[in-house]
Design a protein around this ligand. Structure first.
Ligand code: ADP
Length: 306
């Protein structure tokens, strides 16, 4: 860039002597400045063209992202009806509505039930992701107490605690004030963390806790004594379709979308997610949220709640 600027006059240069042709020197300097200005103008035109090109590329990218989100939303939506039918028919067969099943048939129908449940979960995750990407997720903040959220989660997980070697513990939230945020989205994030923790913990406990970090922030953590995640997978674990390349994790593989959805939801709630994990020791997935959703005007009736 410097080379395009005219040279400053050399203050230490000796004054032009009687033998110097001043008008000629001036003309030469003027021509030099003129050439530099022309060069600068051309560079400017180049930069402007580059900006225009960048704008075009950004618009194309935006359209491609929107198309992808629309396709995902449409596809997921279209999948829901047939999956629903498969699940209902499997339930009817399991309930012996059309007569008894042989043990082998029962095994097969159970397999259909499990696979269609996984498929349905994947479609739900895809639909949610598409909505987040398209900016169509509505955040509905309201005041809520952590104890209520924990007791709802406890009730939700009770029926699925089938492994007697694993206990699910909800700690009493310590010094956590009422929060002004979207409790359903927070519950969705914690549900993801807890169901993963239960899936990858064969023995021990899954512990859910909430603590106040400072005046403005609260961290919710789900710790397990499970198989853990090797350090090389930590950086990618919150990305779409990320899955750990280990025999157990491959066997229990789901969609690889739950954590990336959790991360994006946490960001929409003004917060972030984090992972601490040690192989064969356990993992802690956490989400840190502001006590009050930034930018949201709290409902006047409860403004003074905290
Ligand atoms: P999914 O569980 O549907 O595959 P997620 O995005 O929820 O997708 O998780 C991605 C991957 O991260 C999982 O497949 C698993 O390999 C790993 N993972 C998640 N939570 C845990 C955990 N608590 N312990 C060990 N591995 C985990």
């Amino acid at each position: 860039m410097n080379k395009m600027l005219p040279e400053p006059p050399d203050r230490d240069a000796p004054p032009a002597g009687p033998g110097v042709d001043l008008p000629a020197a001036l003309a030469a300097k003027t021509a030099e400045v003129e050439a530099l200005r022309a060069e600068l103008e051309e560079t400017n035109r180049g930069v402007l063209a580059l900006y225009a090109e960048l704008d075009t590329q950004a618009e194309a990218l935006r359209q491609a992202t929107e198309l992808k989100s629309r396709f995902l939303a449409y596809m997921s939506h279209e999948f829901r009806t047939p999956i629903g039918s498969i699940r209902s028919i499997a339930r009817l067969l399991m309930d012996r509505v059309d007569g008894p099943l042989t043990p082998e048939q029962e095994t097969q129908v159970r397999f259909i039930q499990e696979t269609s449940a996984e498929f349905s979960e994947m479609v739900d995750d895809l639909l949610d992701l598409a909505k987040v990407e398209a900016g169509r997720v509505e955040i509905s903040p309201a005041w809520f107490e952590m104890v209520d959220l924990f007791s709802a989660l406890r009730g939700m997980f009770k029926p699925v605690l089938t492994n007697p070697d694993v206990v699910l513990v909800f700690e009493e939230p310590q010094d956590v004030p009422p929060l002004y945020n979207d409790d359903r989205k927070l519950a969705q994030i914690l549900r993801n963390f807890i169901s993963n923790a239960l899936k990858f913990t064969l023995k021990g406990e899954v512990r859910v806790s909430a603590r106040r970090d400072d005046q403005d922030q609260v961290t919710f953590a789900v710790s397990d004594t499970g198989i853990g995640i090797a350090p090389e997978f930590h950086h990618a674990i919150f990305q779409d379709f990320a899955q750990v390349d280990s025999p157990i994790q491959k066997r229990l593989r789901g969609t690889g979308l739950g954590l990336s959805l959790s991360k994006r939801l946490a960001e929409l709630l003004g917060g972030s997610v984090a992972l601490q994990s040690e192989l064969n020791v356990g993992s802690t997935f956490s989400v840190t949220l502001p006590v009050r959703l930034p930018g949201a005007a709290a409902a006047p009736a409860t403004e003074t709640t905290p």
